[in-house]
Design a protein around this ligand. Structure first.
Ligand SMILES: *Cc1c(COP(=O)(O)O)cnc(C)c1O
Length: 394
């Protein structure tokens, strides 16, 4: 698609062609299949000799609109939308490997991604080696003749560790690896891994892309060569996104840039404020100068994102206290909502990891993950202060 308009414009104007009703906002195509004017047209469409939409497991206009917008924003040539972020992550791996292959992955990956790498892919003879996100010099030692993929997530959930995308791109070219990036935390508005040579970018569209905590969704966006394999895999294994969810998320992308600007502004303000609160031992945010990869964050991200994590002196008890005292902020495992959400990873999303595994990805007992919403910053501060004050009285 040759289009020199900015990604923000394309997220708004990249609509389906209008129907005969001349609607302004795109309609929802809630249909499982499509019809043909003749048996000949049907045969030609199935043979790929004629353009046409066949069945919503393959594609659907509402889903196609979302995929086209996401490709434009991410700067990728082709895409496929899945029912959840994990549907996209699983397809990104399973479609590209075969028995005997090996994957190099940065250790700080999403909890379910870790389960796929350690519990599911080994059943089919696909192994992996973890490397440290922040130590690119150590990556080459993990590469074997049968290594096919380099799998990364930046910033990571919830440790907010970064991977240097420029160095990762060079590493993959040098070792002829396909480069797969989970870009969920940054969104294409803050960072575009494809600009550094990523072959495939995945998203949990459930998070910032929907942005309002309503629907699950995932996206696979990549080069034509990689997407040919991924689309084949997805069409025949069935993780397709519902047209309804695609319609919701496509509408949401129209406002992604304004929402992300606001989430990032509030997140930075809260991170700076938390640093001054007694009982808070450490605050992690990519755009705080105290973040060990601050310079890298400034280089490869437009802003720091909407997630702030902080460590409380009181460990698990202190973190639970903070969550229990919250009246405005909600206790939930989701993120990327208009509502500020507090999570205690050690006893929820990452409770299945051993203490040592948690420590290796920066999850201490006192760590709280905060997904900063769009409420007024002063109201969020007042809400957090209650739990922090009780912590300090102890
Ligand atoms: C939530 C998340 C996923 C999984 O997405 P779902 O939509 O919940 O399946 C994958 N990667 C990251 C970084 C996430 O935060």
């Amino acid at each position: 698609m040759s289009d020199d308009r900015q990604p923000e414009t394309r997220a708004i104007r990249g609509q389906l062609p209008h129907t005969q009703y001349r609607e302004h906002s795109s309609p929802l195509f809630l249909t499982s299949s499509f019809t043909f004017p003749s048996a000949r047209a049907m045969a030609d469409t199935f043979a790929g000799q004629q353009e046409g939409i066949i069945y919503s497991r393959y594609n659907n206009p509402s889903v196609d609109e979302l995929v086209a917008k996401a490709c434009a924003m991410e700067g990728m040539a082709a895409g496929f939308a899945t029912a959840s972020g994990m549907g996209a992550v699983f397809a990104s791996l399973a479609a590209l490997v075969q028995q005997g292959d090996h994957i190099v992955a940065t250790r700080a990956v999403f909890g379910s991604t870790h389960q796929v790498l350690t519990q599911i892919l080994p059943k089919w003879g696909v192994s992996h080696t973890y490397v440290d996100s922040d130590d690119p010099g150590s990556w080459a030692a993990a590469v074997r003749p049968e290594t096919k993929l380099f799998v990364t997530e930046t910033p990571s959930n919830p440790g907010l560790q970064l991977v240097d995308l420029e160095l990762a791109g060079q590493f993959c070219r040098q070792h002829r690896l396909q480069f797969v990036v989970d870009n969920c935390f940054a969104t294409p508005y803050l960072q575009r891994p494809g600009d550094y040579g990523a072959d495939l970018v995945t998203h949990s569209a459930t998070k910032w892309m929907d942005g309002q905590g309503r629907v699950l969704g995932g996206l696979l966006l990549g080069t034509p060569e990689v997407m040919e394999q991924v689309v084949f895999f997805c069409r025949h294994t069935g993780p397709a996104m519902s047209p309804f969810n695609a319609w919701v998320i496509s509408k949401s992308l129209e406002t992604l840039h304004v929402r992300m600007d606001a989430h990032c502004r509030s997140a930075l303000a809260l991170a700076e404020w938390l640093q001054k609160q007694p009982g808070v031992e450490a605050v992690h945010y990519p755009f705080l100068p105290s973040h060990p990869q601050y310079a890298l964050a400034r280089r490869q991200m437009k802003a720091g994102g909407g997630i702030v994590t902080f460590e409380l002196a009181g460990g698990t008890a202190g973190a639970h206290q903070l969550l229990d005292e919250a009246e405005l902020c909600t206790r939930s495992s989701n993120l990327g909502d208009t509502r500020t959400i507090l999570t205690h990873p050690a006893t929820t999303t990452h409770s299945k990891l051993s203490v040592a595994e948690r420590a290796a990805v920066g999850i201490s007992d006192g760590l709280v993950r905060m997904s900063v919403g769009l409420e007024a910053v002063e109201d969020i501060q007042r809400d957090l202060l209650r739990g922090l004050t009780i912590n300090n009285r102890k």
